[in-house]
Design a protein around this ligand. Structure first.
Ligand code: NAI
Length: 518
């Protein structure tokens, strides 16, 4: 397969766009064309207003897409899928693989129709040899089906080699993750042609990634490694969240637990932050896919194990809503509740599977008046998510979602006259904690991925406008609760004894009632 000169990427989404922008940026001699069926998405990639928000992305796209005095443009976005495939010698398939909504495996299995139609397109169009790279996250052994389709449809004499090259970037830090990846994983068949294709792809990454971080292995290991990595990451979050429930019931503090456990080098400190639950397009779908794979392999115990990671996540969201209801005297009817944060995590505008969606649905069911503020999520996206979610309006018994939800473009309007503030995304501007200085190592990272552009909110200004008693439910542990209590707030944090807890314990101590296990 020699050296790659022309790359096509099918799918201009959160993965295809940033990944190809970095590949083009770091390999000025390559031509990289990202294609998509969606005209608006391609138009946005070709405009000053990119379709996704990711710190550092804009500069990287602009340099490769528009060129500069000393470099020619080498990054293109287009809807002409056929032309881009035809001239490429390597094609990334980076289309969406969501959970199936109907048919066999509905609710668990991955929907592979987008991948399949991309593969069929490659086979139909190709008149020269192609390396076809699975970038999308797919079930283990998908490459088998892809090879079969390619050889059944492909023109005689045209050779295809299928590689697996899963993407490990995390939204919000995609650019630093791509610039300095922990590893690049390439899976291939272990024969001459497979290994030569793997080495051609490795050369593309070697444009900026040290060779010892480019790992090659067999195709099936590579496919499964991506599902495994996401399952392990999500499992840590569900584990700390399960512990947060014990903390809230006992007076232990989950941040102290995470610190105490995280200093054990066998455990490590990352991904041990308790929260209202994980979101994003990948964790849930990938674990459900792993669950389904386990079931089809007749491994029900394994399936149940991984499924419990998702179950705990759902439980955590419901538990959080219940805590809000209990603290607000068991009635939310007509109470204004300010929701701060709608994206599934900070530094992204992505709302897929955001905990905010299900929590707002729960609050709407209690007939609360919900006021939402998020620094990056566009208003129309919020309406789309709330309309699309299990018919929220019928839950609330109202005519339309707009009868009980408003979207504000600043934090102060969202919080005015509210009974409670609920923090659902850890955007820096919601925090009142001292800003930590970046460590030397972070400061040396090419892009530090830290770009909350808005200033910190003024909590005392908010306090002046709220209804009494003023509650804050911190679903991300971003506030310094003691400091807010000094301003008169009652603060309830994940995995920490809250106002209610203190009240109950005090009552028990005074009356001697209530069997106390502690
Ligand atoms: P996305 O939904 O943002 O982008 C997929 C794009 O593919 C869409 O713009 C869609 O219009 C396009 N598309 C679908 N079928 C097509 C076809 N036949 N021809 C041309 N374009 C087509 O999805 P995202 O988030 O980029 O994810 C892509 C894959 O990468 C998924 O398998 C996902 O699991 C995986 N992944 C996602 C990560 C993330 O953080 N979002 C991280 C790592 C992997």
């Amino acid at each position: 397969h020699g050296r790659v000169q022309n790359i096509c990427c099918i799918g201009a989404g959160y993965v295809g766009g940033p990944t190809c922008a970095v590949i083009a940026n770091k390999n000025p001699h390559l031509k990289v064309t990202v294609v998509d069926l969606s005209q608006p998405r391609i138009d946005a990639w070709n405009s000053p207003h990119l379709p996704i928000y990711e710190p550092g992305l804009q500069e990287i796209v602009e340099l490769a897409r528009d060129g500069s005095a000393d470099r020619k443009p080498n990054l293109f976005f287009s809807t002409d899928v056929d032309a881009a495939i035809a001239e490429a010698d390597l094609v990334f398939v980076s289309v969406n693989t969501p959970t199936k909504v109907s048919g066999t495996g509905a609710g668990f299995a991955s929907e592979l129709s987008y991948v399949e139609s991309a593969i069929r397109k490659i086979a139909e169009v190709a008149t020269t040899d192609k390396i076809v790279v699975e970038k999308s996250t797919v079930p283990v052994r998908t490459a088998d089906s892809m090879r079969e389709i390619l050889s059944a449809i492909g023109k005689p004499g045209v050779r295809f080699e299928v590689l697996s090259n899963p993407e490990f970037l995390a939204e919000g830090t995609a650019i630093p993750d791509l610039l300095t990846p922990d590893r690049i994983l390439i899976g291939s068949l272990v024969n001459e042609s497979g290994l030569s294709a793997a080495s051609a792809l490795a050369n593309v990454y070697a444009g900026w990634v040290p060779r010892d971080r480019i790992i090659t292995m067999n195709l099936w290991s590579s496919e499964l490694a991506k599902l495994a990595a996401n399952a392990l990451l999500a499992q840590r979050i569900s584990s700390i969240n399960a512990l947060s429930a014990i903390c809230e019931a006992t007076g232990a503090d989950v941040e102290e637990i995470a610190f105490a456990c995280g200093t054990d080098t066998r455990i490590g400190s990352k991904m041990l932050r308790a929260s209202v639950g994980f979101g994003g397009s990948c964790f849930k779908k990938d674990i459900l896919s792993l669950t389904y794979i386990s079931e089809t392999l007749h491994l029900p115990e394994v399936a149940a194990y991984w499924r419990s990671v998702v179950d705990i996540n759902e439980y955590q969201k419901d538990r959080f809503t219940n805590r809000i209801i209990t603290c607000l005297y068991n009635s939310l009817t007509n109470k204004k509740i300010a929701v701060l944060g709608f994206s599934y995590k900070k530094d992204t505008g992505d709302t897929r599977e955001s905990a905010a969606i299900s929590i707002i649905k729960n609050l709407a069911g209690e007939r609360a008046k919900i006021s939402i503020y998020d620094p990056k999520v566009e208003e129309r996206q919020i309406w789309q998510d709330l309309q699309g979610y299990g018919n929220v309006s019928s839950v609330a018994g109202a005519g339309s979602v707009k009868d009980f939800v408003t979207v504000e473009n600043n934090v102060y309007d969202a919080c005015a006259d509210a009974h409670a503030i609920i923090i659902l995304t850890e955007w820096d501007e919601f925090s009142n904690k001292a800003i930590a200085k970046p460590t030397a190592a972070q400061a040396n990272k090419p892009t530090n991925g830290h770009a909350s552009t808005n200033p910190r909110m003024d909590w005392s200004r908010v306090a002046d406008t709220m209804k009494r008693p003023m509650f804050v439910f911190d679903g991300r542990n971003v506030v310094d609760a003691r400091a807010l209590e000094e301003l008169g707030f009652r603060v309830e944090c994940i995995g920490k004894p809250g106002t209610n807890w203190a009240k109950e314990r005090m009552l028990q101590a005074q009356t001697g009632k209530g069997a106390s296990p502690v």
